[in-house]
Design a protein around this ligand. Structure first.
Ligand code: XMP
Length: 509
């Protein structure tokens, strides 16, 4: 596929949001750091978007770019800092506002411009800036104004260069989507071709050719990313793919069997399930500290995985379920060799693979899910909630024992089933039970009990960086609480966690 849109990142907080907005229009967007790409590579794109950024163009060390970018003949849309940078590179003037920053929803008046085609002459836009463009460079006209911004947007129709001081990518800008669409379709001439069915066809053909004659190994956790990677590579190379599923005995009720059934029986994959519960329990004996637990599990995982890889004989390629936000967050940018695996705390580099295959590294999570559905994975897997790599071990406060795992597994299954039966799944993005280390007195029949306390946790969030505790109906909480105390021996009390993130985290450990 030809290169469509390049999002050139100058350190803005909305780079990923811009890329997602572009992809929502079925146009492929790639984010690259401003200092990781040269002019000739940029010339291959149909259009470029400069992101915002926290700096002033005059600040020492502020991100800059080669001014020749404006002469490549590639349409550019600069946003906020990106617009100021265009002004600065082109010889215009940028100043610091004397009356402080302009922040929030602001009424903006628009002139006639291909960028604003089809939108009203005045509407609200989201502003967040201290510097502003006081004079656009030669060749540019002012095409929008606000009360405190003499140049809220500028454009050079001939060179197809545009800069906007406001943020069209945030929903508070009333016609932001319309403006982005004008840029993509009218100004850059993009076609809406970024579709998941075509992605699957292209990726399957590509990896089939690329991996010809090679054996490929994948650590399958059952999470969405590794599951979709497995399904895609299986379609490309079939038998040549071996998936190793390390069952550390810290999975939720029925989870190991679901993974095995889905991948081996339903999808016909070459799957090795390693039942390593004994090894992990041994490693976790007496361990109470959360970080110690995580480290022990990560290290043990690597040992088990290495042992399985050694049994298989020569394997040339290690496949990983890296997705786009991982690539961006790792800060390594495209071309990075190996990333530390979220779920398993770092896969072995010592095994000596010839290469790493990461077929999903250009996709966002929602796109990965769409690819999963396209490939015929069941919704149970595709819409699976996030689950930490160290599994239930970080949901058991204190020591992990088989008995405590049994209690948590049952309580967690009851809570999840209650929410699903009550049709409340829309009220929370993640919900689970935690086994605390608190014992308390209870009464059952006429007898005194002294049992454990289970905490229920449900959160609503967009990105898991921040989260609100979910307002589940009292009746649902009551049903879950009484089912847990009645059906799970050893539990005498159930509490609901009403902390948001921050200051709490989603997981307790
Ligand atoms: P926290 O607890 O940091 O969790 O607020 C945010 C999200 O990340 C998940 N999580 C993990 N996912 N490996 C993972 O793959 C881990 O070690 C891990 N720890 C937390 C958590 O379930 C939540 O969705």
């Amino acid at each position: 596929m030809d290169k469509q849109i390049l999002v050139l990142d100058f350190g803005g907080q909305y780079d990923q949001l811009i890329a997602r907005r572009v992809r929502a229009e079925q146009v492929c967007a790639e984010i690259k750091n401003y200092n990781s790409i040269g002019l000739d590579e940029i010339a291959a794109y149909q259009g470029v978007i400069f992101t915002g950024g926290p700096n002033s163009v005059y600040a020492p060390g502020a991100p800059r770019f080669d001014p020749r970018i404006l002469e490549l003949g590639v349409p550019i849309l600069g946003i906020c800092y990106g617009a100021q940078l265009m002004a600065y590179l082109g010889g215009g003037r940028v100043e610091t506002a004397k009356n402080g920053s302009e922040f929030g929803k602001t009424a903006v008046n628009f002139e006639q411009s291909p960028l604003f085609y089809g939108i009203p002459a005045e509407s609200e836009c989201w502003m967040s800036h201290t510097d502003y463009i006081s004079a656009p460079p030669a060749g540019f006209c002012v095409i929008a104004r606000s009360a405190s911004c003499p140049c809220a947007a500028m454009g050079d129709d001939e060179r197809k260069l545009y800069g906007v001081q406001f943020h069209p990518e945030v929903t508070h800008t009333a016609y932001g989507r319309h403006i982005l669409r004008n840029f993509l379709f009218e100004i850059c001439g993009c076609e809406p071709v970024w579709r998941m069915d075509s992605f699957v066809r292209t990726a399957v053909d590509y990896w089939r050719a690329e991996l010809e004659g090679k054996r490929v190994l994948l650590a399958l956790s059952g999470g969405v990313d590794s599951a979709v990677t497995a399904a895609l590579l299986h379609r490309a190379i079939g038998e040549k793919l071996t998936c190793v599923f390390v069952d550390h005995g810290l999975l939720r009720k029925g989870e190991g069997d679901l993974v095995e059934r889905t991948f081996r029986e339903e999808m016909g994959m070459n799957l090795i399930r390693v039942n390593a519960e004994g090894r992990f329990m041994h490693r976790l004996f007496g361990v109470r500290d959360p970080e110690h637990k995580r480290r022990a599990i990560g290290e043990e995982f690597i040992r088990v995985f290495e042992a399985e890889a050694a049994k298989l004989g020569p394997v040339q390629v290690l496949a990983q379920g890296t997705i786009y936000p991982d690539v961006i967050e790792s800060g390594k940018g495209p071309g990075a060799v190996i990333k530390s695996h979220h779920n398993v705390g770092g896969l072995p580099e010592s095994i000596g693979f010839e290469r790493i295959a990461e077929p999903l590294r250009d996709l966002f999570k929602d796109e990965v899910r769409r690819v999963g559905l396209e490939l015929g994975l069941p919704e149970e897997i595709v819409f699976r909630q996030p689950f930490p790599g160290p599994g239930l071990a970080v949901r058991i406060i204190g020591e992990v024992t088989r008995e405590r795992l049994r209690i948590l597994r049952e309580a967690d299954a009851i809570f999840r089933e209650t929410i699903e039966k009550a049709d409340c799944t829309d009220l929370a993005d993640q919900y689970f039970a935690v086994l605390t280390d608190l014992h308390s007195v209870g009464v059952m029949g006429d007898a005194r009990t002294y049992g454990c306390t289970v905490a229920l946790r449900a959160v609503s969030t967009d990105d898991f960086m921040t989260a609100q505790w979910s307002r589940l109906p009292y009746e649902v909480l009551e049903t879950a609480s009484s089912a847990i105390t009645n059906r799970v021996p050893g539990v005498s009390r159930v509490v609901y966690d009403i902390s948001s993130k921050p200051p709490a985290t989603v997981e307790w450990e």
